[in-house]
Design a protein around this ligand. Structure first.
Ligand code: VGL
Ligand code: ZN
Length: 213
């Protein structure tokens, strides 16, 4: 059994949102096109309480600053994906279907949760692993936002948990706080055993080939 994991395709991570990923919404038609090829579909949802400690506003600091939180470096983000606000809703156009599983993360105000499996301290599980195991899933295909944060951390945890993990690169977009973050994330995932799929959709076939002369 395989599963498509759609990571954090939410309003705040798309253009117009508070933590907008460039062209974040452009992956949605690709996800729509491929989703039915998988045995099951899981969507993760960043779901923070107001005043979450990953928010710069909770510390009177600037977005992008790095603090220590629970003994770990923590990037400070704009307020985003606050529970029950429009920013936390899945982006319109992402067609979820009745059988799809939704996994929420980031609810503990004291710790961030990039991975769809565990919080960043690897203490609390989200239930994703138990769900996938109960469904007999052994192989994961990842799409979503953002390549250099939640996609990467979910992929790395997937490998540690023993799944075969694939990242569908054309169905992901990166935050790129620092230029090169996306490339480094891809390298890190590959080094950990993640298969990076550069071209999942068939390249468009030319309908007309001019005759060679
Ligand atoms: C994410 C930063 C903070 C993500 C979530 O979905 O990649 N990034 N929260
Ligand atoms: Zn978040």
């Amino acid at each position: 059994m395989n599963a498509l994991l759609i990571i954090d395709v939410q309003n705040d991570f798309c253009p117009g949102g508070t933590l907008a990923v460039n062209d974040g919404d452009q992956i949605i038609p690709i996800i729509t096109k491929i989703r039915d090829r998988f045995d099951l579909v899981v969507a993760t949802q960043d779901w923070h309480p107001a005043g979450h400690k990953s928010f710069a506003s909770s510390h009177n600091k600037n977005v992008g600053e790095i603090i220590e939180l629970g003994g770990q470096p923590q990037v400070l983000w704009p307020d985003h994906c606050v529970q029950n606000t429009p920013g936390a809703e899945f982006k319109k156009g992402l067609e979820l279907k009745p059988g799809d599983k939704i996994i929420r993360k980031g609810m503990n105000p004291e710790v961030d949760s990039y991975s769809g499996f565990f919080d960043n301290n690897h203490v609390d599980a989200t239930g994703l692993n138990e769900y996938l195991k109960s469904m007999g899933v052994t192989e994961l295909f990842l799409a979503g936002l953002a390549t250099d944060y939640c996609v990467k951390f979910t992929a790395l945890d997937g490998i540690k948990l023993g799944y075969k993990v694939n990242v569908i690169l054309e169905a992901c977009k990166a935050v790129e706080l620092k230029p090169g973050d996306a490339e480094r994330a891809v390298a890190e995932m590959e080094a950990a055993g993640v298969r990076i799929i550069k071209q999942f959709l068939k390249p468009p076939t030319a309908l007309y080939q001019p005759p060679l002369r």
